[in-house]
Design a binder for this molecule. Structure first.
Ligand code: OAD
Length: 270
């Protein structure tokens, strides 16, 4: 057993013991809901429960590459709402930046496409955007990249951008169902096996292959779940700690136990 107990205090003792320098963090849409961005699967408030207005055959079709080719409007309607720049990082995003400032962040694996980790100051070399992001866009036919100013302008105006070369459909480099994850994901997916702590926050862990990342950690590596609900079998290991409830509250509790609460609030207030 690595921790002296499965409590927040035991976890904090471990984190500040000097033995922890390689933390892998794995996140999903739940860390951005308090910023005002809906998650996908929460009943009532999740995106998939609120897509009726887009007349989709099934909710996930909005992110399905085959469907997009025939019918790009629903995705662009959603992109108009979700496009980065309108939202502020949450205290949970700042907590990840704090881990980086403390020299403890090995890698952040995120499924989010809102770029809020970057906005909170986490640097590019630490982030694996497993489902891509709005940071780049390209033509789905000829692959040419497409300028950011142009896509912004089209999304703002609720128009569908077309490739300047071949008039094909342009898509932000977000991973759709039916598409391969970025190479960076496959390059880094072995890292959790070298981590000395794994923190999972704000994800239902339902979409593969991301959902398997927490299982890549070694058996003696403590895993922490900071989430509204229990997911992915985390909590069954001898060193698993569950901090169930709102993740902003959860990270504050953990930061407080580490003696970092003021640092965290100061970072978030910046
Ligand atoms: P989900 O919507 O599936 O899961 C969000 C999780 O966060 C759920 O377990 C919620 O209970 C929890 N949650 C929500 N708000 C929270 C809060 N304030 N505090 C703590 N927990 C909270 O989102 P993801 O797991 O990110 O993929 O979804 C995975 C992938 O499915 C997405 O990347 C997207 C989607 O289809 C693609 O588009 C390719």
């Amino acid at each position: 057993q690595t921790l002296s107990g499965r409590t927040v205090e035991a976890l904090a003792d471990y984190i500040i013991s000097g033995k922890v320098s390689n933390i892998c963090v794995m996140t999903g849409a739940g860390i951005s809901t308090s910023a005002g961005i809906p998650d996908f699967r929460s009943p009532d408030t999740g995106l998939y429960a609120n897509l009726a207005r887009l007349n989709l055959p099934y909710a996930e079709a909005v992110f399905d590459i085959g469907y997009f080719r025939e019918n790009p409007e629903p995705f662009y309607a959603l992109a108009h709402e979700l496009y980065p720049g309108k939202y502020r990082p949450t205290v949970t995003h700042s907590f990840i930046k704090l881990l980086q400032d403390k020299g403890m962040l090995m890698k952040l694996f995120t499924q989010n496409i809102d770029c809020l980790e970057r906005e909170a100051g986490v640097t590019d070399d630490k982030i694996v955007e497993a489902h891509g992001s709005f940071a780049r866009q390209s033509c789905i036919d000829c692959g040419s990249s497409y300028p950011e100013e142009d896509i912004k302008r089209h999304i703002d105006a609720k128009e569908i951008p077309r490739c300047h070369n071949c008039k094909g459909l342009v898509k932000p480099e977000i991973v759709f169902f039916g598409e391969q994850l970025p190479e960076a994901f496959f390059r880094s997916r072995g890292l959790p096996a070298q981590a000395d702590l794994c923190i999972v926050m704000g994800t239902s862990l339902t979409v593969q292959p991301f959902a398997s990342l927490p299982q890549m950690t070694r058996e003696q590596t403590p895993r922490v779940l900071i989430n509204k609900e229990r997911v992915g079998g985390i909590g069954s290991g001898t060193d698993d700690v569950l901090i169930l409830g709102d993740c902003d509250e959860g990270v504050r509790k953990l930061a407080k136990a580490c003696g970092w609460l003021e640092d965290l609030e100061a970072l978030w207030a910046q």
